[in-house]
Design a protein around this ligand. Structure first.
Ligand SMILES: [Zn+2]
Length: 112
């Protein structure tokens, strides 16, 4: 699965896209403003420090107690942070994954 990084020439933000198939590459749009005037960057798998402070200060390596999971927002936050650490943006699929995380199905995979 190719992963490409883009800079949007419209809103000047950068984002990473994971493509599940090569057809999607031709239809990529900015995740922030939906602009299609994009410059593909050469570096892949780069982690940017451009995320909101909540994600930045969130440390996935720290142990998480039961209280952590009582707040379903933390589960989604964790999953998003993990994918961002990997330099992967799953786009709309992320919401699906977060939803699975909040129902507890994804936790087994992440806790290994
Ligand atoms: Zn944009």
């Amino acid at each position: 699965m190719p992963i490409y990084e883009y800079r949007c020439n419209q809103c000047k933000r950068e984002f990473t896209r994971l493509f599940l198939n090569t057809r999607e590459i031709k239809n990529v749009a900015c995740k922030f403003c939906s602009g299609t005037n994009l410059t593909r960057l050469l570096s892949s798998f780069a982690v940017h420090q451009t995320e909101e402070s909540r994600l930045s200060s969130f440390d996935t390596s720290k142990p998480r107690g039961d209280d952590f999971y009582k707040d379903s927002r933390n589960i989604g936050l964790w999953a998003k942070k993990r994918t961002k650490e990997l330099g992967v943006d799953l786009g709309p699929q992320m919401d699906e994954i977060v939803e699975r995380g909040r129902t507890g199905k994804i936790l087994d995979e992440y806790d290994k």
